[in-house]
Design a protein around this ligand. Sequence first.
Ligand code: ADP
Ligand code: MG
Length: 355
Amino acid sequence: MGLFDSVLKDNESLFLDTLPLDIDFIPPILEGRENEQQYIATCIQPLFSKRNGKNLLIMGAPGIGKTVATKHVLSEVHKKTDDIYTIYINCWKKDTPHKIALEICDQIDFKFVQNRDTNDLFKEIARILNKKSAVIVLDEVDKITDEQIFYHLLEEINRRTLVLITNNEQWLTTLDARVRSRLTPDLLVFKPYNFEETKMILKKRVEFAFAPNVLDPVAFEKIVEKAYDAKDIRAGLYLLKEAGEIAEQNAQRKISLNHAEKAIGKLRDFKLKSTTTLDTQEQMILDLIKVHNGLTTKEVYEVYQKKGGDQSYSNFHKKIKSLEQGKFISLEERNEGPGKATVLRYGMKTLQDFT
Ligand SMILES: Nc1ncnc2c1ncn2[C@@H]1O[C@H](COP(=O)(O)OP(=O)(O)O)[C@@H](O)[C@H]1O
Ligand SMILES: [Mg+2]
């Protein structure tokens, strides 16, 4: 073997395509979520015979295929009929009734939205959707700030299935009783993937993403283990991409165990930085907690206000809870004088368990 055979040339890449390692990539085939997709389909089924559909609440931890399985069902509906609108909204990004109304208008191609208030927009939306039926998915639904949206969707749209997706098991109980009784959703809980499923899903991505045989099987096995420990496919995708990039930076023709281990060393960054799902306020608060690690909630709120944060304390508190939920921070109770204070820590204690 020549001295430079293992060295990657300038114009060479280990990647065929990095897109399949993106979290938003939709793989052509979903492994191991057939039953869940069938369940979602069953809720939508009545719409095909012009009856009202069932509403559905999907719950389960992050990174286990809730979004991708739901999107697959939407695309099946779309392929099968023109009589059902399929609308998908991520509520991290669209968290108010007005933003959601604008997004729906955009998706159904209704352009006359300038200077129109939310009620007005929903009248237009109902006029259009009620000519057909609609499946409306509200992903990350716990991020919605105003329950009014449910009245619009449940009362103004005649034939529809609402699919609501959340990581937060408590979410339904936080809703106003009237909204809950109008929703009465079926429940579908996604369970984390087992080791074999995790491996199969990542293996498919490897085939799409890397040139043949560049990933050492031992490195792959290690990455699968970490993704399985994290119970989050996204961690596996992150590690595959990082390991590939580390190998390329070192001009190596193979991705070795060593590259995988270096990538694993960065997994903590992934957990903390996978902020595509954070809204601007949450991002700002997270950044403050990073700099002021170990302050109490009240103290961080003071800093937040000084920096121009304009949320009420109760909203601020909600954001803290959702950062905790997303494992971006951890909360610690501390005795303080006669009462208790909550100390905020950047990152999650149990993170070390899998980094
Ligand atoms: N069964 C599966 N087959 C192929 N890819 C999957 C499967 N389940 C999850 N994924 C991938 O894992 C990542 C996380 O899935 P996602 O649906 O975003 O999780 P969730 O919505 O539960 O947080 C996505 O990139 C997704 O494509
Ligand atoms: Mg999701």
